[in-house]
Design a protein around this ligand. Structure first.
Ligand SMILES: Nc1nc2c(ncn2[C@@H]2O[C@H](COP(=O)(O)OP(=O)(O)OP(=O)(O)O)[C@@H](O)[C@H]2O)c(=O)[nH]1
Ligand SMILES: [Mg+2]
Length: 362
């Protein structure tokens, strides 16, 4: 086989050189990291990539490559190609921690931002035994990355409460328009009343959208739950009084754009008046990360206790959840994974949430 070795400062450069010289059909046979000056242990590292032209390929697999190691090489190359589309920070990360290629690529493919992924890998690499062999390093890096991710996330089964205090717990769901607040409340109400046998009441303070109260009321009627509207502080006070024998009262609010500070403030004045109401921020993972971040910032005036992520069934990139929880340090209470009421609701623990973030479980 007509093989050729290419050396370059980074993988992208090596692949570019191979394409230029051998064409885009060139086959990559192996990759390895080598010191720039072999006798100087502190010298910068380079990449050595062995490639061959397609017409020169042997019919039989090369003797020194078992099928398994070929498969591993292909996986490495796929990983490197998926990293190649990212910025310089990612290329430097791969150059400095070559063992991070696979795990870095899976974080990025899952939708974790470059910033969060590199921060996690930096921290995890700091814990590694530098003298270990490459295979060992990859294994231990994966383990440390998982630990770092678990450190970033928190969950809270906020709605699993004993009612020893004798007063209901009142929880309001706030967030941008159309993220699934009303649907999530309906799912949760069913879960609390049928599975956890709690007494649940519903209040809608959404006087903004036509039919908003009727939407909640329709779910309440099916489940046989009390549901009342409240459009002023006085209404809300009366409604809470009517529901004082409940274990849990769920309040549905009107969705507003995160730019509409005025309307967000109206809800704030209503629910954060004198009543002990916990707020829960609802965000849809179908929104762009920057929009989720701006929304979380705008709704932080409610000082939310937890965050709920919805519509995870509509994307394969739930890694953005990791960005949000790393930035806002809010525990996740619920995950909504579809439109079916009440089935499509998850009350995740940390490991389940990590699986969802990494795209390995819904
Ligand atoms: N695919 C999917 N759709 C969902 C999910 N949760 C809610 N939806 C859908 O999203 C749409 C909006 O849901 P709503 O519950 O009305 O959203 P909202 O936040 O109450 O909307 P506003 O009150 O208008 O702000 C509906 O079509 C729901 O069926 C989910 O987890 N996955
Ligand atoms: Mg609604």
């Amino acid at each position: 086989m007509n093989r050729k070795i290419f050396k370059a400062r980074n993988i992208q450069q090596a692949i570019a050189n191979i394409k230029e010289e051998l064409g885009s059909d060139a086959m990559i046979l192996s990759t390895r990291k080598i010191p720039q000056k072999p006798l100087d242990p502190y010298a910068k590292t380079m990449f050595e990539v062995e490639a061959a032209m397609p017409q020169c390929q042997d019919k039989k697999p090369a003797k020194d490559h078992s099928i398994e190691s070929l498969k591993e090489d292909i996986a490495d190359i796929k990983d490197m190609i998926s990293i190649a589309g990212f910025g310089n920070g990612m290329h430097n990360m791969v150059c400095n921690h070559f063992e991070s290629v696979g795990i870095l690529a899976s974080l990025l493919r899952a939708g974790v931002s470059e910033r969060t992924a590199s921060a996690i890998i930096q921290k995890a690499s700091g814990l590694m035994d530098e003298t270990a062999g490459q295979g060992e390093k990859i294994k231990s890096l994966k383990k440390y990355v998982m630990h770092q991710c678990l450190n970033q996330i928190a969950t809270k089964d906020f709605f699993n409460r004993d009612n020893s205090s004798g007063v209901p717990h009142v929880a309001a769901f706030v967030g941008p328009t159309g993220v699934g607040k009303t649907t999530t409340i309906a799912k949760l109400a069913a879960n609390l009343s049928f599975q956890r046998k709690m007494k649940v009441g519903l209040i809608s303070i959404d006087n903004y959208r036509v039919g908003a109260f009727e939407q909640l009321k329709a779910y309440a009627s099916i489940m046989g739950l009390l549901c009342v509207p409240a459009f002023s502080r006085q209404d809300l006070s009366c409604a809470l009084d009517r529901m004082k024998s409940m274990d849990m009262v769920l309040i549905d609010t009107a969705g507003h754009s995160h730019f509409d500070k005025h309307r967000i403030d109206e809800i704030l004045q209503l629910i954060k008046a004198d009543f002990r109401i916990s707020a829960h921020l609802v965000l849809s993972v179908t929104s762009e990360s920057i929009i989720m971040k701006d929304a979380a910032s705008a709704f932080s005036v409610f000082n939310p206790d937890t965050v709920v992520f919805t519509k995870i069934d509509e994307t394969k990139r739930c890694g953005k959840i990791l960005d949000q929880v790393s930035d806002f340090k809010l525990p996740v209470s619920l995950i909504a994974n579809g439109q079916r009421v009440p089935e499509d609701l998850i009350v995740p623990d940390k490991r389940q949430l990590l699986k969802i973030i990494l795209g390995k479980g819904q």
